[in-house]
Design a binder for this molecule. Structure first.
Ligand SMILES: Cc1cc2nc3c(=O)[nH]c(=O)nc-3n(C[C@H](O)[C@H](O)[C@H](O)COP(=O)(O)OP(=O)(O)OC[C@H]3O[C@@H](n4cnc5c(N)ncnc54)[C@H](O)[C@@H]3O)c2cc1C
Length: 417
């Protein structure tokens, strides 16, 4: 762990410092402030701007937001409640429908919303506790130590160095975490070959309330209603062809999407410039440890996963809730050594590793350009359609309520009549 002796121009004290104001960091801050702790969050971005994308809040994430008393407020945000996900072969028939209503109520649906809506809600709630402070436009610089024990962080805001002192520091700063690097925690970062162009467009008239996935050979198009009048659309592209695709012009992409679903041709006419389109690269992070003395990593900083499982953000929320309890116990015990913080990792790692593995398996089959693998994938979807018990197991896993991905027996069964 690196230590420097640069001078800071301001020093603040709190119980906990969180680096990164994404969903993981803000939920942790909210949970801790509700437990009576003072928390300082630093966030590199100066403003929370709407971005052209949506995200699924799965039943496990919704349950956590409910525990934090946010269910009613969540209903007031622009969002959409979806029950069914239909999988279609591009240019072919519907292969399978996954239905969340097979889950036990009340957590038998997903909420699709644009991420900034949830983040704004969390910021507002943290502010209301009077114990949380979120410093935007503030960049993590280094960890601070006192007699080899963590003492806080140094950050840069408006060109000035500030010190945020606390006995425990959380790295909630995403897949390329600088806290992880400063703590010297070894990790592996894998960049998937495909990324996604993302758009939010007016919802075509007659578009059903449910979400739709089109899979082809090396082609994926997802359509998720994101509010009453809007549709979130994601279209897979090879990450290394992004620039070449841009050069071809936006109309090449909107035409390709309209060919898959002609109902989108009308709303896509409004897309005329690349600044209306987002891009999301996909990475997997495997950190050797999620904790060190006085330090813990959560969310993508510890374990980014392929978005096919639609659980990354929800898992960050799960981390936050487990870690908040462990930190609170640390205050009672008066120490935050790794052995204590590690209780959080012990509890969380098994589920996360199962999801990361599942994300890789889905990537291999869903993203494939190879005809035999695409054939195999389509047979699995059709087999799931014939076997409701396997479908239910898949929904339970994706919902985050019971993470038990398909076993060998299920894989054999999907090929049976
Ligand atoms: C195409 C795609 C679709 C996805 N869809 C879903 C979905 O439907 N459902 C789902 O659950 N997940 C989904 N995910 C995954 C999800 O987006 C991430 O897992 C989630 O955002 C992780 O949350 P986090 O809080 O850990 O990190 P982040 O959301 O990455 O937040 C990290 C924060 O830290 C800040 N930061 C970084 N460095 C610094 C620094 N040096 N100093 C200060 N601040 C810093 C960043 O600005 C950022 O705000 C998807 C991912 C992709 C790529």
């Amino acid at each position: 762990m690196k230590q420097t002796s640069q001078k800071s121009q301001r020093t603040e004290h709190s119980d906990v410092v969180v680096v990164g104001g994404g969903a993981g960091g803000l939920v942790l801050a909210l949970a801790l402030t509700r437990m009576g702790r003072t928390v300082a969050v630093i966030e590199r971005q100066t403003k929370l701007l709407p971005i052209a994308r949506g995200e699924l809040l799965q039943p496990n994430g919704l349950k956590i937001l409910d525990r934090l008393g946010l269910s009613e407020l969540l209903k007031t945000l622009p969002s959409h409640r979806a029950h069914q996900f239909h999988f279609h072969r591009i240019g072919g028939k519907r292969l399978c429908t996954v239905d969340y209503r097979t889950l036990p109520p009340p957590w038998n649906y997903t909420t699709i919303t644009q991420p900034h809506h949830l983040l704004n809600l969390l910021l507002q709630e943290i502010h209301q506790t009077g114990r949380g402070r979120v410093l935007t436009g503030t960049d993590f610089r280094e960890l601070l130590f006192h007699q080899n024990t963590i003492a806080g962080i140094r950050a840069e805001k408006d060109g000035r160095l500030i010190e945020l002192r606390a006995p425990v520091v959380i790295g909630a700063d995403g897949a390329r975490s600088r806290v992880r690097e400063a703590a010297g925690i070894p990790f592996r970062l894998h960049t998937y070959q495909e990324g996604y162009l993302t758009l939010v467009i007016p919802r075509p008239t007659g578009f059903a309330d449910d979400a739709r996935y089109y899979v082809g050979r090396g082609e994926i198009l997802g359509l998720f209603p994101v509010s009453d009048g809007e549709l979130y659309l994601f279209y897979m592209i090879p990450a290394d062809k992004r620039e070449a695709i841009r050069q071809q012009g936006i109309k090449t992409i909107t035409a390709a999407i309209s060919t898959i679903d002609p109902a989108l041709a009308g709303p896509l006419q409004a897309v005329i410039a690349w600044d209306q389109v987002g891009y999301m690269p996909c990475v997997r992070v495997q950190s050797e440890r999620w904790t060190a003395d006085g330090i813990a990593l959560i969310g993508d900083a510890a374990h980014a996963m392929n978005p096919h499982v639609a659980q990354g953000r929800n898992q960050a929320l799960e981390d936050a809730m487990v870690l908040a309890e462990v930190i609170q116990d640390g205050f009672t015990a008066g120490e935050f050594r790794q052995a204590r913080l590690n209780r959080y990792e012990m509890k969380r790692r098994p589920d996360v590793e199962r999801l990361q593995k599942m994300g890789d398996e889905l990537t291999l089959l869903w993203n494939t350009t190879l005809p035999p693998l695409a054939w195999f994938r389509d047979r699995i979807f059709e087999g799931m359609e014939r076997h409701p018990e396997i479908r239910e197991r898949v929904v339970k896993t994706i919902s985050g309520l019971s993470i038990r991905p398909m076993g060998l027996f299920d894989r054999l069964r999907v090929f049976m009549p």
